[in-house]
Ligand binder design. Sequence first.
Ligand SMILES: [Cu+2]
Length: 124
Amino acid sequence: MIRLAALLALALAGGAHAHSKSVTTPADGAIVAEAPEIALDFDMPMRVIAFTLLRGGEGEEGVEVETESESGMASVTRYLAVPAEALEPGPYRVEWRGMSADGHPMQGGFAFAVDPEAEPEADD
Ligand SMILES: [Cu+2]
């Protein structure tokens, strides 16, 4: 049983938890011409309790940018945040915290940049 426990611990550390994975739009590190909406897609419902969009690069304090979300604190597989105004060119970071359907607190963050000269992203 000790061996099994060790394997399980390894699996958990390696991110076996299904809902620990989220896909973001824009993608982490992306440079986009515009970002009319910011999305977090989860593979299990997530109650996002805090979502912060900051304008500023890594290591900078950043300026918070107001966003609106229709889902609010509902448990969703897609959390959509719409900036109150079109994002000016520059670096941005997103930080979020949430509660997964099974009660685990989760958090994440990612960064992207807005550059009007960037190639439009291909739709998938
Ligand atoms: Cu969990």
